[in-house]
Design a binder for this molecule. Sequence first.
Ligand code: PEP
Ligand code: MG
Length: 755
Amino acid sequence: MPLTAAAAAREILTGLHDVMASRGSTQAKLDKVVDLIAEAMKSEVCSIYLLRDNQLELFATHGLRKEAVHLTRLAMGEGLVGMIAEEGRILNLAEAASHPQFVYRPETGEERYHSFAGVPIVRLESPVGVLAVQHAESRRYEEVEIEALQTVAMVLSEMIAAARLVDGARRGRVRSGGPLRLSGLKLVTGMAKGEAVFHQPRVVIEHTVAEDTEAERARVYDAFRRMREQIDAMAKEAEFGTVGEHQEILAAYRMFAYDEGWGRRINEAIDSGLTAEAAIERVQQRTRSRMREIDDPLLQERMHDLEDLSNRLLRIVSGRMGTAAQTGLTRDTVLIARNLGPAELLEYDRRRLKAVLLEEGSLTAHMTIVARAIGVPVVGRLQDIRHSVNEREMILVDGDNGSVIIRPTRSLASGFDHRMALSQKRRAQFAAVRSLPAITRDGLEVSVMVNAGLAEDAAALELTGADGIGLFRTEFQFLVSATLPGRERQQRLYSKVLDSAGDRPVTFRTLDIGGDKALPYLADAKDEAENPAMGWRALRLSLDRSTLMKAQARALIEASGGRVLRVMFPMISEPWEYEEARALIEEQIAWARKSKRKLPARVEFGAMLEVPSLAEMLDQLLPRVDFLSIGTNDLTQFLFAADRADPRLAERYDWLSPAILRFLKRVLDAARAADVPVRLCGEMGGRPLETMALIGIGAENFSITPAAVGPVKAMVRSLDASAVRQRLEQLLSRPPRNLRKALTDWARKHSVAVS
Ligand code: PEP
Ligand code: MG
């Protein structure tokens, strides 16, 4: 036997390279390949089984009876060969016939052989065949021999895929076989189906055998260097809290990126004659199959980190760094990612993007808010989703229940279609309610507006049935731009929004950047401290960067010429911040007057209450504002001291908690006493049960996500406002342990349409 795996594989690979380059039918090539491997490994038998029509068919053999070729077929999971393919594992047996899975096929004449070793032939992480060797004598194969077989199997997979010999070779086959159901956290409701697309696509390896080993080695060195630079940069940013990845993931990335063993193994694979891409993949396959034997969840998690990194290295080495958004979507798509930022989401073609599945994600992260605004269902916290599905496999997404079905059977798919039709019917019913007034059974008029951030949202205002735009998030324009939008671009957007809103009021919120809305081109916004949500963001940043705010003020003033300008400021912690912001806008109005520009007919100033400290200063603030807007997303994160973007806290605290409702009630009461209108504009107000509770503490004005207008109006129209107020008074004076349940029971008993 040759001394090293690399030498053994190299000898075979050189031969394979010639075979692949030669003329002739694929069958003839496969026949040559088995002869070549048998000879190099001094093996009496070498056989190749390939997956065709869901069966593993003997395609070529050296040593077994030739008559058995294309005749012997095994189902997935059947016999030793079926077991290797189904489980994607290696078998190395001194005595094949004594293995419980062994099945004897007389036509092959294999009874003479005792030892058996087989490895899966894998394409896109899924087995598409098996390469096996057999010996007459009874012995276990050495590790180097198995490794050589694996390397050869990898090259074979390229050849087989190129010849399109197997099912699904172009697509990747089901790894675990049948359909798979996973449950996660529902972030944005709605049902959808489509093909799985990875936000960071996997690289399909096209060439496995190297022409020039030294050149491949140089490519890997270079890729390693670039990968380390990237990881170091990410880790540095994470110290400043501006990237989404968690510190522990980055720590693991760094550990692997600098792991010498990993680099050495890739180098060895290159020595055996593989290209840089194939060597990275080959090492990854080996690690994968080793890890599969170890049943330790912690290690499995680390394994995923290594997979991520390995994919990153592959993308670097093959020069395919773009996301799926850059490649473009071609069919109805279910996008899969570990996590996603709002700007990344907005890069996708909305006609094709049907749903998003995340391993992380939380209810009030801005990516979730954006997805909700554009009507894309999202399920989060789907552990392992990226490793449970192959690219382009069908996925059914039930965002209403937070569940997904991967690779559905026909009956699962038809059941889903039925539920989807029902859900659409319900939506249609809500759509009918959308245009009706939001009046409670006892005559309380509730104002329902929508949150928006893009020109399209404003254009669709008519369809939503809302009374106006209660919160226009101006930073969305910044998030979707590659460069800082100048005053004119901003002005064009604001004019368009006001034009499409017509008579309906629009409230613009000045820039709220920073936190989880970092702008890559605004370098200073990245110099964040440890906790970006509490950092230099929103109004804090705008007041310090007054040029930015002045440009926005001018854009708003000019766009509102002859109309009412409603403007509010985010993240006010103390009244003086409001005063400064207001003064800045007033200065710009004075400038516009002096320069004889067309002025707004009237300006209304509002403050957002989303930092708890401001609630203590309402006596000072309320006389100075025209309206108040409560941002429950930030407010609750600060009240509970719970990061709104942290998936681990996503379900820990409930909006329907006595603490939040009591707090909000105090603010609502104070504003009423001062005769200042209040609008609730966080995500909380768009959830019928929560909206019901908010009406119960005296809220009457809401600005919610457009898709919630129908359900919220339906709830309002089925509600008796005075009854719910009474109930809330009782519940908040002596809060039950589970307020959500108490409210759900009450709603059910009083036939309030909350679900
Ligand atoms: C909020 O904090 O509730 C809010 C409406 O603003 P944003 O979600 O954009 O921070
Ligand atoms: Mg906010």
